[in-house]
Design a protein around this ligand. Structure first.
Ligand code: GLU
Length: 551
């Protein structure tokens, strides 16, 4: 068979060679040990947590090593493509602060010298490599229809042998030139397949930086390289792109691990050096007592937009994900309280093999700590930005009362043990709304929350007497002594110990008195530190609220 003639017949317009492209995209000039990694999503849906996890790890290891991280769009599955998905990936990377050096910057433009970074713009390149394989007798056209392939599979299943296009089942593998031209003349659609030299009785060692060395049977399937529409399969595009873009480390989901024998074979047949691989364990969660994969159907937390609408600061999610990568993160965090989590040195080899276990409660705890450590100004800015997108009524109020809002956010903040009320921005409103008069009035007119054990008669007495002694200039200690004095005068025990000894002597406890004052001011039985709340509300508002007629 004259393979050159066959190659020209099948891909007539391709005149560039693999050498041409190898020269066009030379080895990168980077320092020893610098890693080149990529994030390569398919625009077939919206971003999920696993994607961000892979992107984050890839970006970190590249930049930690002073290498290159790039963003490639793998859009060869045109049937499953979703409009807006490319932009969604780019926005997600930007929002999470995952900076890429090269790649698509929007759906039509890109930066970097190793492009195009969108696979659908790389057709000629894939075809050049396939043409070369055909010329070498390593690839061939296959005219089997879907029906023929299904029929073969059924027979194979009946005979209990490996299904697929291999060995004697690869019926177009040894077609003659005439048979091929005949099929072409009939206008039959065809794919291009790899002529696999593999023997499934032999094994290939697959080295994975996370999983270690695992031996698997060699690939003997004549896998498809080009589909009937001329688009490459993932296998071919992965090999060609990661070679020409000079990727040193392919970091991807573990669902690709079983394809590694194919990829190693393909790299070898194409004459490329294979990159190093790290297959990231799938993110799991506990469901009752068993572990399962995060599910697109059941778990809203798998979607990146969940974190945006709930208002998690994305830095909390990033920190949580970095913490999932290496188990020594917490130790590092305790020793480096003020550093950004991205300064933590990720080591792929130290990643858990058994799967990353996602625990929203742990994420919530981390997020609480992160928000608690922010300044009031930062909380104001970030919350306002979130509210503008998700709760415009609140964002209007915050904009109008900026100073007041910042004072509110400063309550029990910027001290040794800051208060940890907020996991996410969605939680904030309920903790601050009563500071604003319209909300407060509506809440009071819907019903007051004074403790049931205290009569309204006593509520009135407490409030009346408290206004009389209230002095807005008091410091916290003086403020507290006055509440204590008043409690004792009105027959409330100054602490639990005294009360327990002779409950019959008291109307209640000092905490009841404080609760009455708190409810009068906020219509809540629990709030931030009452003294600070009153200081922020200001004298006028405090007096107004305390002196109204609650009946
Ligand atoms: N486009 C592939 C995916 O989304 C990328 C896998 C890879 O990183 O190589 O699964």
């Amino acid at each position: 068979m004259d393979y050159t003639k066959l190659a020209d017949l099948l891909l007539p317009s391709i005149d560039k060679t693999p050498e041409y492209y190898s020269n066009l995209y030379p080895e990168r000039n980077l320092k020893q040990g610098a890693m080149v990694t990529r994030y390569a999503p398919s625009p077939t849906g919206f971003q999920h947590l696993g994607g961000v996890f892979a992107a984050l790890i890839s970006e970190r290891v590249a930049h930690q090593s002073e290498g290159i991280f790039y963003f490639r769009v793998e859009d060869t599955d045109k049937k499953r493509e979703v409009v807006g998905a490319i932009e969604d990936s780019i926005t997600t990377l930007r929002d999470f602060g995952i900076f890429f050096d090269e790649g698509m910057v929007d759906s039509n433009s890109e930066k970097g010298a190793y492009g195009p970074y969108k696979q659908s713009d790389r057709m000629e390149i894939y075809h050049a490599f396939v043409k070369d394989l055909i010329k070498k007798g390593l690839a061939y056209p296959c005219f089997c229809t879907e029906e023929e392939l299904n029929a073969t599979r059924e027979i194979q299943q009946e005979q209990k042998i490996n299904t697929g296009y291999h060995g004697k089942w690869a019926i177009h593998r040894n077609a003659t030139f005439d048979e091929i031209t005949d099929n072409l003349a009939k206008g039959k659609p065809f794919v291009i397949r790899l002529k696999s030299p593999g023997d499934p009785n032999k094994r290939v060692i697959c080295n994975d930086l996370i999983k270690g060395d695992i031996s698997m049977p060699e690939n003997d399937q004549d896998i498809v390289l080009l589909k009937t529409n001329g688009l490459p399969t993932y296998h071919l595009a992965h090999a060609v792109d990661d070679h020409l873009m000079r990727t040193t480390h392919v970091i991807r989901g573990e669902e690709w691990f079983s394809s590694l024998p194919i990829h190693l074979q393909l790299f070898e047949m194409l004459g490329f050096t294979a990159p190093k691989y790290a297959h990231i364990p799938t993110i799991m969660k506990m469901d009752g007592t068993s572990k399962r994969k995060l599910s697109k159907r059941k778990d809203p937390e798998i979607r990146v937009d969940y974190y945006k609408t709930e208002g998690y600061p994305l830095i909390s999610v990033t920190e949580y994900l970095v913490n999932l990568v290496n188990s020594n993160f917490q130790e590092w965090r305790s020793a480096n309280v003020d550093e950004p989590c991205t300064n933590f040195n990720i080591i792929l080899e130290n990643m858990s093999k058994s799967g990353a276990l996602f625990d929203i409660l742990k994420l919530n705890d981390m997020s609480k700590d992160i928000i608690a450590a922010m300044s009031a100004g930062t909380v104001y800015d970030l919350y306002l930005a979130w509210a503008k997108e998700n709760d415009t009524a609140t964002s209007d109020i915050l904009t109008k009362h900026e100073d007041y809002a910042k004072q509110i956010f400063n309550i029990e903040r910027e001290n040794e043990k800051p208060r940890k009320d907020f996991v996410k921005w969605l939680d904030v409103k309920e903790h601050i709304e009563y500071f604003f008069d319209d909300f407060y009035k509506n809440s009071i007119s819907a019903g007051t929350n004074f403790p049931e054990q205290i009569t309204m008669e006593d509520v009135k007495i407490i409030l009346r007497d408290y206004i009389a002694i209230y002095n807005h200039c008091d410091d916290a200690d003086t403020w507290f002594s006055r509440v204590k004095e008043l409690s004792e005068k009105l027959g409330y025990a100054k602490n639990g110990r005294v009360y327990k000894k002779n409950p019959e002597l008291y109307k209640g406890l000092i905490s009841d008195v404080a609760t009455v004052i708190r409810v009068a001011l906020t219509n809540r039985t629990q709030t931030q530190d009452l003294y600070e709340v009153m200081q922020v509300m200001g004298e006028k508002r405090v007096i107004e609220r305390l002196s109204q007629d609650f009946l």
